[in-house]
Design a protein around this ligand. Sequence first.
Ligand code: ATP
Length: 320
Amino acid sequence: VKTIGILTSGGDAPGMNAAIRAVVRTALANGLEVKGIRRGFTGLLEEDIIDLNANSVSDIIQRGGTILYTARCPEFVTKEGQDKGAEVCRKHGIDGLVVIGGDGSFQGAKQLAARGINTVGLPGTIDLDIACTDYTIGFDTAVNTAMESIDKVRDTSTSHERCSIIEVMGRNAGYIALWCGIANGAEDVLTTERYDHDEQRIISNIIEKRKIGKKHHIIVNAEGIGDSYGMAKRIEAATGMETRATIIGHIQRGGSPTCKDRVYASAMGAKAVDILCRGGSNRVVAYKHGEFVDFDINEALAMKKDLDEYLFQMSKKLSR
Ligand code: ATP
């Protein structure tokens, strides 16, 4: 490869900038040119492409968000969009492309690889819901932000002897909820993967814990469960315990990345360039069993993952 393009796509995640910086600096060190494609596949189709040099990525490793902006691009799901994307890459001399995003973005990368553009995907999502990898860029920062917010809610919840429902991000993935449930010592964790919608069981749990002298009751809800405010009203009515719902929301997407997110994102960015320099294409970088590895995109997309059952059962036992 001679020129590497880089884009961020789908939801943003803290640490994406560290990955961009690593891609740019590793590519430059290998004598390659680097182009930044802004606003994901949308920017590719609109040729929103800028030259990147070592200075372009200075002072960004500590910043959340993505300096390249991100977007969702329905046009790129079509064959015409994908053909045009490959054509734009060729027009700008981009023969290697790093795509930072989730499974959807990897689908787009795969289509470009099929059209002769060497592509490598990096897992970037706060939700940790990419099957091929035990780590995704942004999860560590997001889960720490959520944990700190829940600590704060817990203080006031205890003072007022309230029940608190705290909704964390993760549409169809309960990783942030489960990790916070453990880290914050929540009494209940509700995830889309495991929740049976038995609200009566939660109500009975609150009443029982009250009897044994618990001063508060923390329920961590994954975003996909929804209706946290409605749940608070119903729980208050059934238990007589004052109940409030807090939706932490987009705070979890932003902020300065943790050390882990900076280091792992840097390693993944550098590895993506190494793969391209070795002639690799249609690959995804992953972190598996304590090592940075890479998989064929098709293989990665076919993998499945679920919440760690051991962690889930443990969180229940520890909350007694
Ligand atoms: P997140 O985890 O934040 O949702 P994601 O990468 O999975 O990240 P999506 O919105 O699913 O987010 O996908 C991002 C973009 O990737 C889409 O807007 C679209 O441009 C492209 N994309 C998604 N699915 C496909 C597909 N099947 N073929 C080609 N491109 C796709």
